[in-house]
Design a protein around this ligand. Sequence first.
Ligand code: NBP
Length: 482
Amino acid sequence: MSDSGTARIGVTGLAVMGSNLARNFARNGYTVAVHNRTAARTQALIEEFGDEGTFVPATTPEEFVAALERPRRLMIMVKAGGPTDAVIEEFAPLLEPGDIVIDGGNAHFEDTRRRERELRKRGIHFVGAGISGGEEGALHGPSIMPGGSDEAYTALGPMLADIAAKAHDGAPTVAHIGPDGAGHYVKMVHNGIEYADMQLIAEAYQLLRSVAGYPPARIAETFRAWNEGRLDSYLIEITADVLAHTDAATGKPFVDIVADRAEQKGTGRWTVQIALDLGVPVPGIAEAVFARSLSGHTGLRDASRELPGPVSEPLEGAAAERFAARVEQALYASKIVSYTQGFDQIRAGSETYGWDIDLGAVASVWRAGCIIRAVFLDRITEAYTARPELPSLLSDTGFAQEIGAAQEDWREVVATAARQGVPTPGFSAALAYYDALRAPRLPAALTQGQRDFFGAHTYRRTDREGSFHTLWGGDRSEIPAG
Ligand code: NBP
């Protein structure tokens, strides 16, 4: 191979995310090699933003690789899936042992594990890095969740820290999550939690609208007030902005002219699929994915509109205000439960794949830059930092006390929603999860009895070790099994 180039890092794939990340590196003083399959994008970046820093434009993969200092740091920002594999195949033969390939796209963590394994055979480090914050984050500071080897992180970490968002205490929102696919796995669960957060906020909105009888502008004010307290977060802030917005064409509240059909793309669905594979209960995330899916089933909805439901009048005055305060409690309690489930899924993935993920560090890198950034994440960081072995977030004394204080209102909100026919799958599932965890006995005992009856699946007893089967078709005596 020829002499080393001068670029500290290279970015290939210069659509919105790649070009903004390249600019972010350049603005932080790094010389950045830039490349795109279609050269026009590279030219456009140099023409429009070339004066923001030092860019080395390359038109061929060979030129691009030659522009990088060694060990090379090459970031891929192309469409996830086949395009990422195509780019790896194109560049890998041009690289040398010790070089680092970073995939900042939204890859499935199993793909990242496979790619890491394959490149490791050639001595090349592969870093699957989850990047959250959209195009604004990419430019001004995202939350970054890199996986891969310790060696790669040593060479890369300080640069990622420079371009990452900074939390209120000045800490950069990046941490080495763990080996191979750990970073993309955590990014996936981040998106699952994002789905759950958004669903809970949507349910709070619907309750304030239908039960408290508030118009969107009043609900926007309510969310603004909540954003001053423990719910302070990016999602609550933008919810208030969306609800306060008026449609210019009709003069109606914007939220009333948007079709009520939501999209559910890759990562939310992956989170639930993987949770099922790992046997981790994440009903809050699952209900959020299903709620979006249901909203898009217009045929089913059209055919069901005339089904009977309760008739009720919205609340008024002080009663409406009292109910709104209860909704805040229900939202907060349900949010604690959603994060409990998300962190439990990260713990399960970490154990299954041997990643040794520091849950406190994960909470810490979500404190700024990403979509779920919130004051609340400081609390989670503190809880896991104080007790890394915490069995679940609900075992943290502070969160348990807050749930205890919220539960009466939470139950009342769920009961009111059921009585008035307002669908609240997120609030209800969160409460059911909470009650199931705290139940002294679950009806799973009966389920086991049924399974033994029809399929001789056996059961365990509460009073002694071993598996047992009852001869249901015979004299119903019990025999040891297995
Ligand atoms: P896109 O996901 O829209 O991908 C477009 C880029 O992929 C272009 O540079 C395109 O090159 C390149 N590309 C494709 Br398509 N097929 C290729 C191939 N076979 N070989 C080489 N290059 C190929 O870009 P994006 O929205 O900037 O997102 C980039 C990555 O970041 C994705 O994985 C995305 O999921 C992830 N991400 C996006 C966001 C976001 O908010 N948008 C947030 C976080 C992560 P061309 O110009 O020649 O067509």
